[in-house]
Design a binder for this molecule. Structure first.
Ligand code: SF4
Length: 364
């Protein structure tokens, strides 16, 4: 099986135009190998995670943020992407799209909307590439929605960014204790007004409201659910995702009251029952594969550093390479391959969160 994954990585490297050393380029035989070695049920999981016709990028377009959330694990030291790296991404994409059927880009931060101009520039560049090459583009964004005004989303949607993940920490009182502006002011009402304005936009898009759960905020989440039920859930473009918070390395980790792992499902099920339209709850499926496990997925930080996981940003094991100014990528082959170990073991937990399974686990 090791051979299978190494074949896949070699093929990925050829197509991404990666500068690499010591790697023999061999024939892309991995699909044949997969068919021989892996039962049908896992075939789709594997092919989504290894398909060379799919390319998934998470771009930290800026690592600056207008919020100062008390549990944030990011340091906000790296600023916005510079002109040289933005051009390097364009060259990378120009090379890569020639053999793609699907390009997925998630704009991440910091707060990506602080760099909306750069996002639109990149998306309009991709739309131009679509005139010459036959691939589909799916843009998404993880945003705090403070700057997500009606006019902004209209322009983003027309440039292919149609999926948004927006976080709320409870009702106004609770949310305003944790998701605050740099000056300490609460953000709930401003975000809520933006959501209501988005609802009036007559275009196709979807919003996942990511609702953080802790031992402290469950009552407040129930109040929020009532508000979501009455003001948003008549619109199928909005979905709710309950996410228990975790200690991810922020300086306030000690004060977080996280819900014990074995209670989480029960808590989520109880809250989900309160949704007016249960179908509008979003959940990861049992066979969810994190993008960090996928061979066709990379994250590019604002300074061009390449990582696999958007959480372990300080960890050396996550720093797998860099984007060069000429659009090529240098990858540390062994570090890169380690993240995709789940594709060999087919261990569900490893595929779902390789960081937790491979690295946190080892350090215990
Ligand atoms: S590896 Fe784990 S922590 Fe990192 S992005 Fe995936 S699920 Fe999140």
């Amino acid at each position: 099986m090791v051979v299978v994954v190494e074949e896949m990585v070699v093929v990925l490297m050829v197509n991404v135009n990666i500068k690499h050393t010591g790697v023999e380029i061999s024939t892309p035989v991995y699909f044949e190998l997969l068919k021989k070695n892996i039962p049908m049920k896992t075939d789709k999981i594997i092919s989504d995670a290894t398909n060379n016709k799919i390319f998934r990028l998470t771009i930290f377009i800026t690592e600056n943020c207008n919020f100062n959330c008390i549990y944030c694990y990011e340091e906000h030291k790296k600023e916005k992407i510079n002109r040289i790296k933005l051009n390097a991404i364009k060259i990378l994409l120009s090379n890569r799209v020639k053999s793609l059927s699907r390009l997925e880009i998630d704009f991440f931060g910091g707060e990506p909307l602080l760099c909306n101009k750069e996002i639109l520039e990149l998306c309009s560049f991709i739309c131009d590439l679509q005139k010459d090459y036959d691939f589909k583009f799916f843009g998404s964004m993880t945003t705090n929605a403070y700057l997500l005004k009606k006019e902004v989303i209209k322009e983003l949607i027309s440039n292919g960014v149609k999926s948004y993940q927006i976080t709320l920490d409870g009702d106004m009182t609770m949310h305003n204790k944790t998701r605050i502006l740099k000056n300490g002011k609460g953000t709930f009402q401003h975000i809520w007004n933006n959501l209501l304005e988005l609802k009036k936009v007559n275009l196709s898009f979807n919003v996942i409201l990511r609702i953080h759960l802790s031992c402290k905020n469950l009552k407040s989440v129930e109040v929020l659910i009532d508000k979501i039920n009455s003001e948003l859930l008549d619109d199928r473009r909005f979905k709710v995702f309950f996410k228990p918070i975790a200690k991810l390395g922020s300086q306030n980790d000690k004060s977080l009251e996280v819900i014990e792992f074995n209670r989480q499902e029960e808590v989520i099920n109880k809250l989900a029952k309160k949704l007016k339209v249960p179908k509008q709850e979003f959940r990861f499926s049992d066979d969810y594969v994190c993008y960090a496990s996928k061979l066709n997925s990379l994250c590019i930080r604002a300074d061009g550093e390449i990582v696999k996981c958007t959480v372990a940003l300080k960890e050396d094991y996550n720093k797998v390479g860099k984007l060069n100014n000429d659009g090529t990528i240098d990858l540390s082959r062994n570090k890169f391959l380690k993240w995709s170990n789940g594709l060999q073991s087919m261990n569900k937990n490893e595929l779902m969160c390789p960081k937790k399974y491979l690295f946190d686990h080892n350090s215990n």
